[in-house]
Design a protein around this ligand. Structure first.
Ligand code: FER
Length: 294
């Protein structure tokens, strides 16, 4: 119940903060609009997020790692693919949560294990390990109180991720450690983080995704300061956002920038989509099929 109240509080604040962005308009109900060409929306097949009996299932575990960045022991949720074999080497997908969430948010609302199990059973996604960290890199990393006050902690997660979590994951599991086997995507604040960190560290991440990315998303000029370098080094820049989501401009301005400069970039406008797991599950379903295939 507490979580539900917090989620509503976060969405409520988000709504008004989003209105306060440039272009928000006096009445507060006009959205900032950046025109761009969307990529075609193809619905996910019915049942993509429903548990299917008779197929092998992955497992979920929680890990704890020492963070030199935060100075605490931090938790992350881990999805290990069906028939996980410690002697096999896997790619790693870092999947990030939103401002009202934590390392369990995807599991609570997004059925990531079910979506991945189904995709892998159908041969539509590579066998991969999914790490769902806590992206609020501060001592108290629970989604408590005014979650907007924790925005700096979401930026600080860049250092926790790169200096602490990735080395921990690569020490604990038998995984590939090159950029072609590392992906990052997330929802809302986690989408902003993924675009910022993923495009900011193209030596670490070849595949980058943002689902309903929040105002923590850097401007296109900051995300892509060197067009030729991004064209050469990024292998996937993929976004989705609901048509009814006031945060669309964070995605559409990046899409418009990329299209204007010949940087491959996908942005799907989810028809009727709000700022919720309907869109984020769709994002996960699609993004997971596009990574680790080359
Ligand atoms: C904002 C609106 C929404 C904002 C963050 C969000 C930092 C994040 C929403 C989410 O993660 O769901 O103005 O500013």
């Amino acid at each position: 119940m507490k979580n539900i109240i917090l989620s509503f509080a976060a969405l409520f604040c988000g709504f008004f903060l989003a209105q306060a962005q440039p272009g928000g308009g006096m009445g507060g109900f006009q959205r900032p609009v950046v025109e761009c060409d969307f990529d075609p929306y193809v619905p996910a097949p019915a049942g993509f997020d429903a548990e299917r009996p008779g197929i092998p299932h992955g497992t979920i575990e929680t890990v704890e790692y020492k963070s030199t960045t935060v100075g605490t022991v931090r938790k992350a949720t881990v999805y290990l693919p069906p028939k996980f074999d410690a002697d096999k080497k896997y790619p790693v997908f870092y999947l990030l949560h939103g401002i009202g969430g934590d390392e369990l948010e995807w599991l609570r609302g997004g059925a990531p294990n079910v979506i991945l199990d189904n995709l892998i059973a159908d041969g539509k996604a590579a066998e991969m390990i999914v790490i769902m960290p806590n992206g609020r890199a501060q001592e108290n990393d629970r989604a408590e109180g005014n979650v907007y006050a924790g925005s700096a902690a979401f930026a600080n997660f860049e250092f926790d991720l790169i200096k602490d979590l990735i080395p921990f994951v690569e020490g604990k599991y038998n995984v590939y450690t090159d950029k072609m086997h590392r992906a990052i995507a997330g929802l809302s604040m986690g989408g902003g983080q993924s675009l910022n960190f993923g495009l900011g560290h193209m030596d670490l991440f070849a595949y980058v995704g943002g689902f309903s990315s929040a105002p923590n998303t850097n401007t296109p000029e900051v995300l892509i300061p060197d067009v030729a370098k991004t064209k050469a080094e990024n292998k996937l820049l993929w976004m989705v956002c609901g048509s009814e989501d006031n945060l669309m401009y964070n995605s559409s301005r990046l899409k418009a920038f990329c299209d204007g400069r010949g940087v491959p970039c996908t942005l799907i406008e989810y028809p009727g989509g709000m700022h919720d797991f309907v869109v984020w599950k769709y994002g996960l379903y699609n993004f997971a099929q596009l990574i680790f295939n080359q």
